[in-house]
Design a protein around this ligand. Structure first.
Ligand code: AKB
Length: 315
C-alpha cells in the first residue's frame, strides 16, 4: 500500500496516541511523527520523527515531499483556555497551520487531510442539549472562532478544489498517556491524578457544568474510522458532530467515589467557567453514526476504572 502518513503535533495529547495506533496499524516506518518540540524518547525512537513548525509552509512541504506523504493528520492547535490569553498567537497557529495543509492538498502534494474541530464552534445562542449537526453557531472564544472559520475553509477547499478533508468536532477528551494542555475540559483528567494522590480536587468549573466528553480510545477509533471511510459516505466536509457521554464535575466525582470513597471535590470557578458555559451540554451525532458507522464504547464508569487503574500503575 502506498499510504504514508504525517502527524503534525504528534507529541500532544491526541497526537501521541494517534501515532502509536497508526504505527501499529500501518507499520512504524509508514507513520512520520512531527512536532515543534521533542516528545517522549521511547515514542520518538519507535519510528521516524521530525521537528516541524506547522506554521512554516516550506518546512512542512519539505517533510511531505521527502517522506512521500499521502495523508496528513494536523493535530497542532492552541486550545480554548490558552487561546484566551494569547488571542493573536492562537489565531495564527490555528489558521496558518490549516491553510498550509489545505494548500498542499489543493496543489496535489498530499491526498487526504484530517483536521480536528471542536464543540467550541458552538456558542451561547446554540441549543444546549442534543446540539444538532447544523444549527446556530456563534462561538464566543478565540479557539471556537478559529475552529468555526476552519470548518468553513475545509468545506470551501473540498467544494472548490476537490480536497479530501475530513473532520470531527471533538468533545473533551480524556486519556492517561499524555497530559492535555490549555483546554477547558482538562479538569476531567486532572481530577483523576488528584484523586489518587491527595483524595481531593479543587475544580475550576462549578458543580453543574455539564459538558460533552469522550474517552481517548473512542476518539482515536472515530478519527481513523472517518479517515478510512469510503469517500462517497462522507457527506459533511465542514466537521462531524461526535458524542459519547456528558457529565458534570459532581457526576465524575461520584464515579471516582465508587473506587475512592473519601474523595472530596470543592469548587473555585475561574475564567474557564465562562468558556464552558458557552458550550453545549450534549451533542446529537446521528449523522456520523449514519454516514460512516461511528459508535462509541466507553461510559463514564468504565472510563473511571480505566483511568484509575492505569494512573495507579504508572505512579
Ligand atoms: C478544550 O477544552 O479547549 C478542548 C476542546 C473541547 O476542544 N478540549
Amino acid at each position: 500500500m502506498k499510504k504514508r502518513i504525517l502527524i503534525i503535533g504528534a507529541s500532544g495529547q491526541i497526537g501521541t496516541e494517534l501515532t502509536t495506533f497508526l504505527r501499529k496499524k500501518y507499520g512504524n516506518h509508514k507513520v512520520i511523527a512531527s512536532d515543534i518540540k521533542e516528545g517522549d524518547e521511547a515514542f520518538m525512537k519507535a519510528g521516524p520523527f521530525e521537528i516541524l513548525d506547522a506554521m512554516d509552509y516550506d518546512a512542512v512541504q519539505d517533510v511531505v515531499i521527502r517522506h512521500e506523504i499521502t495523508d496528513v493528520y494536523l493535530m497542532a492547535a492552541m486550545l480554548s483556555a490558552t487561546a484566551e490569553k494569547f488571542p493573536m498567537k492562537a489565531w495564527e497557529l490555528n489558521m496558518n497551520s490549516l491553510f498550509n495543509i489545505l494548500n498542499l492538498a489543493r496543489d496535489k502534494k498530499i491526498e487526504k487531510i484530517f483536521w480536528p474541530s471542536s464543540i467550541a464552534v458552538f456558542g451561547l445562542t446554540t441549543p444546549k442539549s442534543d446540539t444538532p449537526q447544523r444549527t446556530v453557531m456563534e462561538p464566543s472564544t478565540v479557539y471556537g472562532i478559529s475552529k468555526q472559520t476552519g470548518e468553513r475553509w475545509c468545506e470551501y477547499y473540498h467544494k472548490r478544489y476537490g480536497v479530501d478533508v475530513r473532520s470531527i468536532r471533538y468533545p473533551g477528551l480524556i486519556s492517561y498517556k499524555t497530559l492535555p494542555g490549555g483546554g477547558t475540559t482538562d479538569y476531567a483528567i486532572d481530577i483523576y491524578y488528584k484523586a489518587l494522590k491527595h483524595k481531593k480536587y479543587i475544580c475550576f468549573l462549578n458543580a453543574e457544568t455539564t459538558l460533552p466528553m469522550m474517552f481517548m480510545d473512542d476518539a482515536i477509533n472515530a478519527t481513523v474510522g472517518l479517515m478510512e471511510a469510503e469517500d462517497r459516505d462522507i457527506k459533511i466536509r465542514s466537521s462531524y458532530n461526535l458524542a459519547a457521554m456528558s457529565f458534570n464535575p459532581e457526576e465524575i466525582a461520584a464515579s471516582i467515589r465508587t473506587h475512592i470513597p473519601d474523595f472530596k471535590i470543592t469548587y473555585e470557578p475561574d475564567f474557564r467557567q465562562a468558556i464552558a458555559d458557552s458550550w453545549p451540554q450534549s451533542i446529537d451525532d446521528t449523522q456520523a453514526r449514519k454516514d460512516w458507522g461511528w459508535e462509541h464504547k466507553v461510559s463514564l464508569d468504565e472510563m473511571t476504572q480505566i483511568m484509575l487503574e492505569n494512573l495507579k500503575e504508572s505512579n
